[in-house]
Ligand binder design. Structure first.
Ligand code: NAD
Length: 446
């Protein structure tokens, strides 16, 4: 994600200027390191490990991924030429169960990013107590420039290349940035052809007709709203009437925005890769979703002011929900955030340096490994339903999701209060404690 420019959006209302903190120079090695997701993830691990005083071999073990597979994905393009894409599947840890994690299609995807996303999945699954380790994967490609046929051929070849390490008992992919239910159905179909029979449990986030779960599409956004509701109760503010800004209007962002509005919150700003929209009176999210479905982007929606994508985190609001990519909030713009709360819908949207600045400014951050865990929770429900070939009602899914998100929020809050730490550290301490328990019980083979 591009970093912000210093200029202020013309759409922004005048108010008290937050203090500016410029951080490292944008072209400096220090800023590059700050934005490296694997570096960020390992600093988060070190903080929790130091505080918990876990055995050094456990921390060391989590600094290596169990398995990293890099594949080439030759694909016949529509003009008859063959293009070779690079793909990855990283399995970070499987001490608590088979590995689980999304498939990302993005032109800037790289191995450090995939490793970090896999590590965060390991921690997230431990935090919400689903019996998985973490994985992640993806292909370096620009899906926006590819036809549906090209995407299908690339997805099928990628699936066959990683089929040697995935499976319902081994590693279960799911959608992530630029992948969706249709892509999951191609993955399920390809894996099933290789097996010779239908294997719905190999991926989650599938369409319902091929073994998907009710409620999975909205699950991550719904989970974001459930933890924000708990945050409101614990902090003594009303979610109804609160001003919410959501960065990213894809699966997580658009569903979170819609469900926030259903809870009475006022969604004052939203953005996607092309730019943002701002209306202090609140944006009609159902109407905006219809506009995006028709035009592909939210840019051009006539009933709100424009905000540049690179200064979106500066919009005035109570709750900022970064739900796009990593590095949305860095040392260069954390001083300009106007929200009182940041609820991380995306993975890794706040750098460690930015965390420290937000903390100093009294801005509470609900960390990704809790806030966006709703997706993996309902993926877990989908996998269980596939294995049992018995499908649940949507109300059962949503109530069970609520139970898990609420309990996880309270578990983390209890650590936060008893140990006097910020919420991210509390979440990593909780996840690491559970993971360390599994590693100790299983021991070191042989
Ligand atoms: P998506 O592909 O459906 O949507 C991504 C959105 O982000 C799009 O609207 C895109 O335009 C926007 N975007 C990209 N770059 C941007 C920028 N620079 N500024 C503003 N917007 C930008 O992806 P998604 O599934 O919604 O995932 C979003 C984030 O949530 C990722 O970090 C992902 O890892 C995380 N996440 C997703 C799930 C899930 O179930 N899909 C679960 C947990 C976490």
């Amino acid at each position: 994600m591009s970093t912000m420019k210093a200029k202020k959006s013309p759409a922004m209302p005048r108010g008290k200027e937050p203090s500016h903190q410029e951080g490292a120079r944008p072209d400096s090695p220090a800023f590059a390191l700050e934005q490296n997701p694997w570096h960020m993830a390992m600093r988060q691990l070190d903080r929790a490990a130091e505080r918990l005083r876990v055995e050094p071999y456990i921390t060391e073990r989590l600094k290596y991924c169990k398995r990293i597979l890099t594949v080439s994905v030759p694909t016949v393009m529509d003009d008859g030429s063959v293009k070779v894409f690079e793909g990855f599947r990283v399995q970070h840890n499987m001490d608590r169960g088979p590995t689980k994690g999304g498939i990302r299609y993005h032109p800037c995807l790289n191995l450090d990013e995939v490793k970090a996303l896999a590590f965060w999945m390991t921690m997230k699954c431990a935090v919400v107590e689903v019996p998985y380790g973490g994985a992640k994967g993806g292909v370096v490609c620009d899906p926006k420039t590819m036809s549906e046929d090209e995407l299908r051929r690339m997805t099928r070849r990628f699936t066959s290349e990683i089929s040697i390490v995935i499976g319902p008992e081994r590693d279960i992919p799911a959608p992530d940035v630029n992948t969706n239910a249709k892509i999951m159905s191609w993955m399920m179909d390809t894996y099933s052809h290789l097996a010779g029979y239908a294997v719905p449990g190999v991926v989650t986030g599938k369409p319902f007709d091929v073994g998907g779960s009710r409620g999975r599409v909205e699950a991550t956004g719904r989970g974001v709203v459930f933890v924000t509701r708990e945050l409101a109760k614990a902090s003594g503010f009303d979610l109804a009437g609160s001003k919410v800004a959501v960065q990213g209007f894809g699966n997580v962002g658009s569903n979170a925005a819609r469900i926030f509005a259903e809870h009475g919150a006022r969604v004052v700003a939203v953005s996607d890769v092309a730019g943002g929209l701002y209306d202090p009176k609140g944006i009609d999210i159902a109407e905006l979703v219809a506009y995006r479905d028709k035009h592909g982007v939210i840019a051009g929606y006539p009933k709100a002011d424009k905000v540049p994508a690179d200064s979106f985190v500066e919009v005035p609001c109570d709750i900022l929900v970064p739900a796009a990519l990593e590095n949305a909030i860095t040392s260069r713009n954390a001083g300009k955030v106007r929200a009182k709360y940041v609820v991380e819908g995306a993975n890794g949207p706040t750098t460690t340096e930015a965390d420290a600045i937000l903390d100093k400014r009294g801005i509470v951050v609900v960390p990704d490994i809790l806030a966006n865990a709703g997706g993996v929770v309902v993926s877990y429900f989908e996998w269980v339903q596939d294995i049992q070939a018995f499908f649940w009602k949507e109300s059962t899914i949503n109530e069970s999701l609520d139970d898990i998100m609420t309990k996880s929020f309270k578990d983390i809050r209890a650590i936060q209060e008893s140990k006097k730490v910020d919420m991210r550290l509390a979440a990593f301490m909780l996840g690491l404690e559970r993971l360390a328990g599994a590693i100790r019980y299983r021991g070191i083979f042989p």
